[in-house]
Design a protein around this ligand. Sequence first.
Ligand code: NAG
Ligand code: NAG
Ligand code: NAG
Ligand code: NAG
Ligand code: NAG
Length: 413
Amino acid sequence: QLMDWMVHTKGMNMSYTNHAIRLDLIYKVRGIEAAEKYFDGLPDPAKNHRTYGALLNCYCSSKKEEKATDLYRKMDELGISSSTLPINNLMSLYMKLGQHKKVCSLFEEMKEKNVKPDNLTCCILMTSCAALNKIDDVEQVLKEMEEKGGVLGWSAYSTLASIYQSAGLVEKAESALKKLEGLVQDRDGRQPFDFLMSLYASVGNLSEVKRVWGVVKDTFPKVTNTSYFSMLQALLKLNDADYMKQVFEEWESNHECYDVKLTNVMTRAHLKNGMAKEAEQLWEKAKEMGACFDSKTCELFLDHYMGTGDMKSALNWVENVTKLPKKAGKLDPDKIPKFSKYFEEQKDVQGAERFCNCLRALGCMDGKAYESLLRTYLAAGETSRSLRQQIKDDKIEICYDIGKLLKRLGEGR
Ligand SMILES: *[C@@H]1O[C@H](CO)[C@@H](O)[C@H](O)[C@H]1NC(C)=O
Ligand SMILES: *[C@@H]1O[C@H](CO)[C@@H](O)[C@H](O)[C@H]1NC(C)=O
Ligand SMILES: *[C@@H]1O[C@H](CO)[C@@H](O)[C@H](O)[C@H]1NC(C)=O
Ligand SMILES: *[C@@H]1O[C@H](CO)[C@@H](O)[C@H](O)[C@H]1NC(C)=O
Ligand SMILES: CC(=O)N[C@H]1CO[C@H](CO)[C@@H](O)[C@@H]1O
């Protein structure tokens, strides 16, 4: 809107860079076709490496392989394809599409054209070689880049470490992590440390996770929730419940904004260790602090209780789902028959009614749910005067099966 105003209202001339930025914005806001149209409408001198590059980026982001490849060839003909950014973009597209051989041949092309690879080129290439199961080639790529000097930053070694870890090469992964840490500079911020904790956890090295956590606390005046999140996730991977608790409590007593994501990690840990009561207490405490569970929380508890067959506690969490904001409040449809069956078998009318109230609140009360509710009444030998009316109120058709069940319950017309 601001750019539209600059051009149409203020009559300002756009620089070529502005055209490229605008193209990118148009793509993000209005989609690929609008971006194409904008590009086609540009005056010839504005169709340069920047705007071509921006359009190529749109094609790559939306995974339009053919259009991206064609455009790149066109840029080649115009002699404007020889720079790192467009080639990285295309490589990244091929990598995402699993066309790893094409990534490698683009790299060859890059060398022929004398284009300088950067961190990202290196990460994409290594990932593609690893996907082709060619660890030797990964090392070769890295060696080539190292020899060029000054190209690689910490991110290349984080990719390398994660490749080694996936391949089960723990020692090599650890030595890549040492290299990573050596390359971290002040301006890189906290992110490399989050990677370090996560990767050390993946190779199972608790003492290094704790050491890096110490570095984070010494280096930064404030530990962010993101860092706490990385640390808790790392400890969850290593299954160190005691230390997790210590870290969580430290955050709980220092936090500025309550972040339910952290409480969810802690919940996951408790449930994994069969400590449902502790997990519930976390949320009672969160409630006192004015925080509320989210849909992830409900899913964690529901899966846990349904897995252990504790359907009464599971029902509590279905009730909690109904308290979520409208959009988030959803119940996995596969779960519904399991509840219905349970209440029928238990002849638990009260539970079945509570469950149906939830379905109603979530907008998924239907004929099937009523059939089960009626069967539960029958099994329990109970009846209710208002069932037929309630079905009507819910605007559910009294089909043959429901009619039959109502009759057996002695509910006449
Ligand atoms: C835009 O460019 C045209 C032609 O180069 C020029 O006449 C005009 O004054 C410029 N307008 C502004 C607002 O710079
Ligand atoms: C990317 O490479 C440059 C050197 O070209 C390096 O200074 C920088 O730290 C690297 N970035 C990352 C995230 O590794
Ligand atoms: C963890 O890493 C440190 C430092 O690299 C190493 O000395 C130690 O043996 C490693 N521990 C495990 C359990 O792998
Ligand atoms: C950290 O907190 C902020 C604001 O409270 C939130 O937007 C962000 O998603 C949180 N980060 C993590 C990793 O949970
Ligand atoms: C954390 C939380 O609010 N849990 C509630 C889930 O629902 C049951 C039953 O409605 C309540 O007792 C819990 O307090």
